[in-house]
Design a protein around this ligand. Structure first.
Ligand code: B16
Ligand code: MG
Length: 218
């Protein structure tokens, strides 16, 4: 299929940090006097921190001054970082290493394309930083997924045409961003939710070496 560069989303693809985002957002919601459920947390996947807080306040019917908004953003992130601090390589999702090693052994460029501003510290904690030839995260973009910006910057950093790039994503907006960038989109998660992806897998254990070989073959 002639794919020559691979781009990975972070949360939900490489590690399951959604559970820590959830705990930190839930704590803030409870402090503000309302409940925040796991189902509601689904809306936050692939969404920027600022947008998540806007949605959370909508859910709780809370209006905030700019000062309160900024304070709550910081508070949530500080709580989230306490969980990140305790992460290690055991939190890497199944068979992520298999795919990364396959690519590394063949010198195929690898990038990260994530909405998170904490991407670098997370990759460092789980010992994967050295695998990535380029990292594009929430600090580098002005437009959120489904805008293709994050993936197009990644392709540029890898000096690869978008049509030759593949994206692994767990969020609907992320799959749309990959499609908008004219890249090959692979959904990691529930196929019904990620139906716009070109290919779907529940996780990396379902991705075979034969499939990877097909992707990179001329
Ligand atoms: P932070 P991804 C996204 O990461 C998460 O899915 C989303 O839930 C989170 O709000 C966003 O990062 C921002 O994260 O607060 O760390 O900057 O899936 O694009 O890797
Ligand atoms: Mg994600």
């Amino acid at each position: 299929m002639s794919i020559s560069a691979f781009i990975f989303d972070l949360d939900g693809v490489i590690v399951d940090t959604a559970k820590y985002h959830y705990l930190a957002w839930k704590k803030l919601a409870n402090e503000l006097g309302f409940e925040f459920t796991k189902d509601q947390n689904e809306l936050f996947k692939g969404v920027s921190r600022k947008r998540c807080l806007e949605i959370l306040l909508d859910i709780g019917g809370v209006t905030a001054t700019q000062e309160q908004f900024d304070k709550w953003m910081i508070e949530k992130n500080e709580d989230y970082l306490e969980y990140i601090e305790k992460m290690d390589a055991s939190e890497i999702l199944p068979d992520v290493h298999k795919v990364l090693d396959f690519l590394k052994e063949r010198n195929i460029p690898i990038a990260l394309g994530s909405a998170s501003k904490n991407a670098r510290p997370i990759l460092k904690k789980v010992n994967l930083l050295t695998y990535f030839d380029a990292i594009v995260d929430g600090n580098d973009v002005t437009k959120a997924k489904p805008d293709p910006e994050v993936f197009l910057i990644a392709a540029g950093k890898l000096a690869t045409a978008p049509e030759k790039c593949l994206v692994f994503e767990d969020a609907v907006a992320g799959i749309q961003a990959a499609n908008n960038a004219k890249m090959l989109s692979i959904g990691i998660g529930h196929p019904d939710i990620l139906s716009e992806a070109k290919y779907n897998f529940n996780d990396f254990t379902e991705i075979s070496i034969d499939f990877l070989n097909d992707l990179i073959s001329e």
